[in-house]
Design a binder for this molecule. Structure first.
Ligand SMILES: CC(C)(COP(=O)(O)OP(=O)(O)OC[C@H]1O[C@@H](n2cnc3c(N)ncnc32)[C@H](O)[C@@H]1OP(=O)(O)O)[C@@H](O)C(=O)NCCC(=O)NCCS
Length: 183
């Protein structure tokens, strides 16, 4: 689904454009994913595991724009991709099609400017329009910043997966499942 271009002003007065990434953003999106996967251990993949080709990314972005169930909203500051959030239907099966799963990342140099909050607010709005009844997400137990942000927007803890993540140094981390009912 396409998100209509939306200019916002961040906490420090910086202008930011929220828009759906399109096919021409494929290369930047891949670079971005590698950078954000390097900056913290809170992303699901290590940067070297991002092996998707630019052609495949073009296809994914196009499919997302044309889809009724999925949406991506990216944040651009001075034409630089600063953040991205996505909402996807868990599965098309009748029993679970009311559930959407949410993911977000902001480039570290843009943290604490309000981009995350704006993206979450807009994604919740879009989820309502798309007819979802609930949004779910998984977050590393030690990702206090993200957990606090999700709570601020009404997400509650719905569960915990013990040792869900195992880092390269052998450290385990639990995954907290959070969710919000929006119907
Ligand atoms: C979590 C993340 C999305 C937040 O995005 P952001 O743009 O920095 O978010 P905002 O600026 O809107 O809000 C940040 C909030 O965290 C608070 N915060 C900052 N540092 C904090 C800390 N160490 N502990 C707790 N809260 C903190 C800020 O005060 C702010 O809260 P407020 O709006 O009530 O003042 C971003 O840090 C990020 O992408 N992190 C790396 C990837 C990641 O963790 N993704 C989520 C995977 S589930």
């Amino acid at each position: 689904m396409q998100y209509k271009d939306n200019y916002i002003v961040l906490k420090d007065g910086t202008k930011c454009l929220l828009r759906s990434p399109a096919e021409q953003d494929a290369s930047v999106m891949l670079q971005y994913l590698k950078i954000t996967s390097e900056e913290t251990h809170y992303m699901v993949r290590y940067p070297e595991e991002i092996q998707i080709t630019e052609a495949k990314e073009v296809e994914l972005l196009k499919d997302c724009l044309e889809s009724e169930q999925n949406i991506m909203i990216a944040a651009f500051v001075d034409d630089e991709l600063a953040g991205n959030a996505g909402l996807n239907r868990i599965k098309d099966n009748i029993k679970v099609r009311h559930r959407a799963v949410f993911g977000i990342s902001i480039k570290e140099k843009y943290w604490n400017m309000g981009i995350g909050s704006n993206l979450i607010r807009e994604v919740i709005k879009m989820a309502e329009i798309m007819g979802y009844e609930q949004i779910e997400l998984g977050v590393f137990d030690d990702n206090i910043r993200a957990r606090k942000l999700y709570s601020k927007f009404g997400f509650n803890e719905w569960g915990r997966v013990k040792n869900a993540y195992k880092l390269k140094d052998g450290t385990y981390c639990d995954e907290i499942i959070m969710g919000i009912i929006i119907k």
